[in-house]
Structure formats: C-alpha cells, structure tokens
Design a protein around this ligand. Sequence first.
Ligand SMILES: Nc1ncnc2c1ncn2[C@@H]1O[C@H](COP(=O)(O)OP(=O)(O)OP(=O)(O)O)[C@@H](O)[C@H]1O
Ligand SMILES: [Mg+2]
Length: 435
Amino acid sequence: MATIGLRGVSKVFSGGSIALAQVDLDVADGELMVLVGPSGCGKSTLLRIIAGLEEPTAGTLYLDDEDATNFTPQQRQVAMVFQSFALYPHMTAADNIGFPLRVSGLPPEQRHELVVESATALGVHELLERWPKQMSGGQRQRVAMGRALVRDPRILLLDEPLSNLDSGLRSELRAEISSTVRSSGITTVYVTHDQTEALTLADRIAVMRGGSIEDVGTPGRVYDRPATIFVAAFLGTPRINLFEAWVWNTVDSHVSLRIGEQTIALPWQDPRARQLAHYHGERIIVGVRAEALVSLAEPLADCTIRGRVRYLEHHGHESLAFVDIGAAGIEIDLAPPPRTPPATKLKQLRQRPVTTMRGVWKRITGTQPAEPEDESDSELPAATAGRHQKRSSGLVMRLPPSVEVSAGNTLNIGVRRELLHFFDLRGDRIDAGFR
Ligand SMILES: Nc1ncnc2c1ncn2[C@@H]1O[C@H](COP(=O)(O)OP(=O)(O)OP(=O)(O)O)[C@@H](O)[C@H]1O
Ligand SMILES: [Mg+2]
C-alpha cells in the first residue's frame, strides 16, 4: 500500500521563479499517474519534491497518509528514473541493477538472484555482463528501470524516461513500462510533455500549466470534458478547433451559437442549453474536435456549417482538411509557458467579472479579446506564437480517403453537437454540471 497526497505544495526558487503554486494532488495505491504539461510547467519540480530531492517552499507531502514532508529520500522508499537514465559507466548492467542492493548491504548471492529476476522481467538478462557503452539506448533504459525496481520501492517516479529514444522504441518501451508497472502494482508517477504518451499510459492524468494543475482525471474524462480551454487544446491531435461564438436564446426553442456568419442551434432539450442560456447576448468559446465533424452531401438544419477547403494534408488512412468557415480560429499558445502569478492572485483574478478579464484572456490565448459590445467584428485575432499557426486559418477536420475533395471545394460540415465544448472567456468550462 502506497498513496501520495500533496496539499498546497508550492515551490519558489531563489531569484523568485515560481515553479509550483499551491498544488493539490492525490495518487491512489497502485495507480499510474501521469503529469503532463509544456516545458517549464513544474513537472520535474513536483516529482523531485515527492522524491525528497527538493524541499517545498510551502505545503505538505503525505505518503500513506503520514506527513512525509521532512522525510529523507531513504525514508520515503521511492525510486526515480531520470530522463538521462545515467548508468554508472564503469559498472556492468548486473552491477548497475544491483547497485542499490549493494548499498543496502545485501549479500552477493541474494543480490545476484534479485538482479537476474529483475533483468529477466525487463528482457535484459542476456546483457548482464555488458557495459553501458555496449548497449543501445533502449537497453540502457531497461537497465535503469531494473535498477529502480530491484529494491522493491513503494513508489516509482519516472521523469521523461523515454525522451532520449526514437519514436519506434518509445512506443515499444511505453508498452513495456505500462505492463511492468501494472503487474508490479507499484504506485507510479510518470512525467512527460508528450500528450499521446500521457493519454495512452495513464490511469489518471494531471495536466499542468505554469506551476498549477488545471485538470486531473482519467484520460477519457480529461479528453472528453477538459476543465479549461488550455487542457482542451493541449490534448488531442489534430488540435481542437476553437471559435468565438455569440450566444442568443430563442425562448422555448433553442440557443443559437453564432460563429462568424453561421449558426449552430442547441435545442432546449439539450441540458447544456440551459447553462449556455446564462450567456445570452455574450460571447463564449466553442471547442470542436475533428472527430465531431463530418462532411455531408446535404446540409442538415441547425447543425451544419459551410466552409471552403483551403488545403489538404494527406496521411494515407485519412486526410486533414483545413477549411475556411469565415471565422478565425483561436490559437492557444502552449509553449513557452506563461509566467504565473501565485495561486491566490489567480483565484482573485478568476472571480472577477468577465468584462474585466481582458488581461487573463490575453494570458490564456495570447490574444486580445474582442469587445463584447462590438458585434460587427466577431473575430479574434490569431495568436502570434505557437506551433500551429495554420490553424488560425479556420477549422481542421478529418476526411476518409474515399471522399474526393480538392482545395477550393465547398463542404457541408455536419457538427455532432453532443461533442461540442463550451468555455467562458476566462477559459473555464461552462457546462461543468452536465452529465
Ligand atoms: N534550480 C532552479 N532554480 C531556479 N529556477 C528553477 C530551478 N529548477 C527549475 N526552475 C524553474 O522552475 C520552473 C519549473 O521547472 P521544471 O524543471 O519543474 O519544469 P518541467 O515541467 O519539468 O519542464 P521540462 O518539460 O522542460 O522538463 C521553470 O520555470 C524552471 O526554469
Ligand atoms: Mg522536467
């Protein structure tokens, strides 16, 4: 049994850099928790605080419900594998794996037995007499895992353990790590900035940004119901389409969402319509993933938008169509991360009315929000930075290879309304109570 609890954990480095701002997180016994977020968001710092390699500025760490904030790394019984998984170059694989056992004074015979057992489980038993320089990156990584697991730690911490490997080996080792960790039942915290790795590996994901956790949940939950616009944009490929929409209630019929010059209607029977109704006459952000869009031969009333294909990207099994729908998509700049004020200040900011949130909006999107009163211009300017500049041209959707479409064609795009996401101008999910 090993659980981890973090309560109000903050870390301010000398010089004032805020790495963590009041982080709360629980990891259940035997759970594989993945911390994911852009570079500099505080993932490694959080892991190092759990390991006892870094001291929190404020807050408490619980291990098995016991206050372990002041425990030494040894008392915590955690094992950590780092990104560089540095093996001792002057030791064979066997000696590397057995090193923690030697330090703890285990006799050579018992040591050998455990080393062979651990190496066999990780498929490196035939390499035990090799030196690190005689092994491939993947083999070295397995040996490093063996060294971490051989002591039977109660918690395993992995900091980007696959980032030095090529993509084929990454997915192979990812599957191996997943099965090793799950069969051992060890409570594990795994850090990555790769959202695919996070979604495929985790029991639960904690999405971090600027020293805070924005959302925690199963991969399915955070993907399907992201708590914030940032989480929605961080998870999933191609990236979620985000558009500003103007909300208008038609009593007893539907709620209209006007995107550019086009309208999607949400009938009153949809429970989310009641929550959106509170935004009558205001602007919100609508998120729509590529899988919620389908090309239709004929438009369907209330849930079809029209667009002109600007260009296509062929991926063999499917094509991505970049479509102009007469409204600029909103780009979330995911990297580099913003400087974050302390959580208390953030909280105060979040409580302010929407009309005074322009600064926060800018922080979230890297853009200036449009004036709510100014209905003539419903488009937000595209963000200035980010890796997906193309998206500012409009909407991206998947097309099966059988659909014959060329640049310049006009599409009727059916929108699966049940898969739409709604965010307020602060970037928080609107339909939080739904489902
Ligand atoms: N020793 C330090 N002194 C000062 N600032 C630090 C120190 N270590 C980390 N930081 C800062 O704290 C923030 C969080 O760093 P951290 O290493 O935890 O990020 P990360 O999410 O692991 O990023 P990456 O994905 O690049 O590894 C960063 O802004 C970083 O510059
Ligand atoms: Mg790191």
